[in-house]
Ligand binder design. Structure first.
Ligand code: ASP
Ligand code: MG
Length: 316
């Protein structure tokens, strides 16, 4: 019964004995659990309310890259599996001013993505949104949250962390901000990898060009870049978070969807709500598995889940 998972654990951790592999997995899972606890505690202290995740909806995040459709037929209609809770987050702010959710996302990535070691087709993001907040407010919040959770993990699991990841240290804030276009001009199309490999502290990538992101991130007054950001982890771990200020005015949302080539029909449920009025907001989603990979210094996001689903594979 235990043979298959045990073999998998040996392969993952490149160790000779099953017990050693299980020990590493046990440590990673304990750190992951503690991390989610400390994120929730931090956000509650900041006045956030946790809401339950949405798993199925008539529409979901269109994303900026194509993945296979994940839909389930239901009577005469279809539900999509959540790719991100972006639209529901915006709507939730009608009721509560600061919300977060540990949101399971299904993104059926194409099989080439397996080699990135950053993609799972089922993953979880800590998704948060704040009414009336600016991008600046979210950058500040996340910087403080990162320090707080790293300190918490260091205090609780320093021995495991030292063994797993000798490079572990609490990041220093504020994180440097790098403008997308300047980085692109200097380092070319692969700038994110180059900069992440060079960095020793997380940094922000800001002002992402309009065609590199979804229609819901707010267009800046220059008409070319968005008031948004990615958080990039150092030592080559790459992107860990995306977010920004949001378009909330119906006309602007429709305009952005047209420019981007999104079908208005597909998002009719959302557009109806936007017509009634959406709260002005900013927020972000931070991938749990990528953060655990970075904290524990793991080769792949696969090592952060017991039942990891990798691009192009069918597995338990
Ligand atoms: N929707 C983004 C993502 O999942 C996160 C966000 O903008 O809040 O990448
Ligand atoms: Mg992203």
């Amino acid at each position: 019964v235990y043979e298959a998972p045990a073999f998998e654990i040996l392969r993952r951790h490149k160790v000779a004995k099953v017990e050693e592999g299980l020990k590493v997995t046990e440590q990673v899972l304990k750190i992951e659990s503690e991390l989610m606890l400390s994120m929730g505690q931090f956000l509650r202290r900041e006045g956030f309310i946790e809401i339950l995740p949405v798993i199925i909806s008539p529409m979901t995040d269109p994303l900026n890259h194509s993945v296979f459709d994940a839909q389930i037929k239901y009577y005469d209609g279809y539900y999509s599996l959540t790719k991100s809770m972006i639209f529901h987050k915006q709507l939730a702010l009608r009721v509560l001013p600061k919300i977060f959710s540990f949101s399971p996302n299904v993104r059926l990535e194409t099989k080439e993505r397996i080699s990135s070691h950053k993609h799972l087709i089922e993953f979880t993001q800590l998704d948060l949104e704040v009414r009336d907040a600016t991008r600046e407010d979210i950058l500040d919040l996340i910087e403080r949250m990162v320090v707080s959770i790293f300190e918490h993990i260091e205090e609780k699991y320093i021995d495991s962390i030292r063994k797993l990841n000798p490079k572990f240290r609490v990041p220093s804030i504020p994180f440097e901000r790098v403008k997308y276009i300047e980085a692109f001009d200097k380092f070319g199309g692969d700038f994110e990898t180059v900069l992440s490999n060079m960095a020793t502290n997380p940094f922000w990538l800001i002002d992402i060009p309009i065609f590199e992101r979804e229609f819901y991130d707010k267009l800046s007054s220059n008409g070319k870049t968005l008031v948004d950001m990615d958080l990039i982890y150092p030592f080559g771990f790459g992107e860990g978070l995306s977010g920004g200020e949001r378009e909330f005015e119906y006309n602007k949302i429709v305009e952005r969807m047209k420019v981007k080539g999104n079908s208005l029909d597909e998002f009719s449920f959302y557009l109806e709500e936007a017509k009634k009025g959406l709260p002005k907001s900013s927020g972000c989603g931070i991938g749990i598995e990528r953060l655990v990979r970075f904290i524990c210094g793991l080769d792949s996001v696969k090592e952060t889940r017991l039942f990891a689903k990798m691009p192009g594979e069918i597995s338990l």
